[in-house]
Design a protein around this ligand. Structure first.
Ligand SMILES: Cc1ncc(COP(=O)(O)O)c(C=O)c1O
Length: 431
């Protein structure tokens, strides 16, 4: 390893070129980390050090890094027997000339949805899928006003920024965001408050288009809504002439031990990303015939399109991942491993004066919520320190108050046991 090839040296090279909003500057003593390779739930850095990955690419890698089914698709499309006789389509012109892979992926995704969610629109990122959902709600209701929730996260593209809660993400652009299109209410708030906000929107120039919510808030620090709350907001949205959008970018496709919350909640539109792509950038907005038919029929040029929508390689990997996830019953795995991990963490952190609670969003969606005695941004501090103990986890919650764990849904328990032991070492050193 040359002096140009340490974690720190790579970071410094990046910092000299990348937008300063992007590179995360980490001092040498805070164990900088630059990824080199990965397999399953283990990542290696450029210095050859190994880490247990409790984050899985912001929750995207349901099957972990480089799962054999994903590698098989890469191999088949690059150097396998198939490629030597039939060169792969690497760019299929999405909505003009689709690829076979796009057709197969959409059928695969549809097969996991409740009957009524029968129309799919593909994009690349989670924020873009939410954008499709908002546009669909606007087209189908003729209105543009939404109700969103405190600590909700729906991406940072300009179209979705009004419904994302974080002020620090929005304020620098608020002059551009223009008139008020979203009313933000407390997550889990009562029916009366919601009804009042809907009336306010109805009497505003925007009107009321719908409600957007995460089934469990992820980036907000794994916050569960009260029982039956999602069904209540669905009913209220419909009674008031609007739609319900469930943002399942993080929660969907197995993370919470089910394919979608829309199995039990009457949502009109559901957004998927992260786990959908099997590691590739791919997202989807899935909706009912009724709302999706508000889009005009394409006459050769779609009014919502993108150069890389329906990218064949992403679609092929996504379809193979979904098939494998179904085959191994990944939802049951997430439920079982999640329940076990939650219990282990509750036992290990019982009596820790700095831990307020262990939050469980179902499946493998867990956060350790620290209290004020843990000092400023305790989740962010824990995230930095845990790197030295070979663990990758992610700070969450307003002000970095929590530490989120969203590992691969297939993570073996012995790796989790190792990680829990490292947590204890970390805790012992901190106290
Ligand atoms: C619930 C939710 N919605 C939307 C997004 C945005 O997805 P992306 O970063 O792919 O645009 C995220 C990302 O974390 C998310 O958790």
């Amino acid at each position: 390893m040359t002096s140009r090839e340490t974690n720190l040296a790579f970071l410094e090279r990046l910092m000299s070129l990348e937008c300063q909003d992007a590179t995360y500057p980490v001092a040498p003593e805070a164990n900088p980390l630059v990824f080199e390779s990965a397999s399953g739930s283990v990542i290696r850095d450029v210095e050859g050090r190994e880490y247990v990955d409790l984050c899985a690419g912001f929750g995207a890698l349901a099957l972990g890094h480089n799962h054999p089914v994903v590698r098989e698709v890469f191999a088949r499309l690059s150097s396998g027997a198939f490629a030597s006789t039939v060169p792969p389509i690497v760019h299929g012109m999405g909505d003009v000339y689709p690829s076979r892979a796009k057709v197969e992926l959409i059928e695969e995704l549809r097969s996991l949805m409740p009957e009524r969610l029968c129309r799919v629109s593909l994009s690349i990122s989670g924020g873009q899928a939410v954008e499709v959902a908002l546009k669909t709600a606007m087209l189908s209701t003729g209105h543009a006003g939404f109700i969103s929730f405190k600590d909700g996260y729906h991406g940072v593209d300009l179209g979705v920024l009004p419904v994302t809660s974080r002020r620090d993400f929005k304020d620098p652009f608020k002059k551009y965001l223009g008139e008020r299109v979203a009313i933000e209410l407390p997550y889990g708030c009562g029916e009366e408050l919601l009804a009042d906000a809907i009336e306010t929107l109805k009497s505003s120039p925007c009107g009321f288009a719908g409600i957007i919510a995460e089934p469990v808030q992820g980036r907000g620090g794994v916050i569960n809504p009260p029982a039956n709350w999602l069904a209540m907001i669905a009913g209220l949205a419909h009674k008031s002439g609007g739609v319900l959008i469930l943002d399942e970018i993080l929660t969907g496709l197995g993370r919470r031990g089910k394919w979608t919350e829309a199995e039990s909640v009457d949502a009109d539109l559901v957004c998927f990303g992260k786990a959908l792509g099997g590691g590739m950038p791919l997202s989807a907005c899935v909706g009912t015939e009724k709302v999706m038919s508000a889009w005009p029929k394409s006459t050769g040029e779609a009014i919502h399109t993108g150069t890389f929508f329906g990218h064949p390689l992403s679609c092929a990997i996504a379809a193979a991942s979904l098939r494998e996830m179904k085959r191994i019953d990944i939802c049951a795995m997430a439920r079982e491993t999640g329940a076990w991990l939650y219990e282990q963490l509750r036992i290990k952190f019982a009596g820790d004066p700095t831990v307020e609670e262990i939050r469980w969003g179902g499946g493998l969606m867990i956060a350790i919520k620290f209290n004020e005695s843990a000092g400023p941004a305790p989740g962010a501090v824990a995230m930095d320190r845990l790197r030295a103990h070979g663990i990758i986890a992610l700070a969450s919650g307003a002000g970095g108050t929590s530490l989120s764990l969203t590992p691969a849904l297939v993570i073996p328990r012995d790796l989790l046991t190792c990680a829990i032991e490292s947590f204890q070492t970390f805790r012992a050193q901190r106290n």
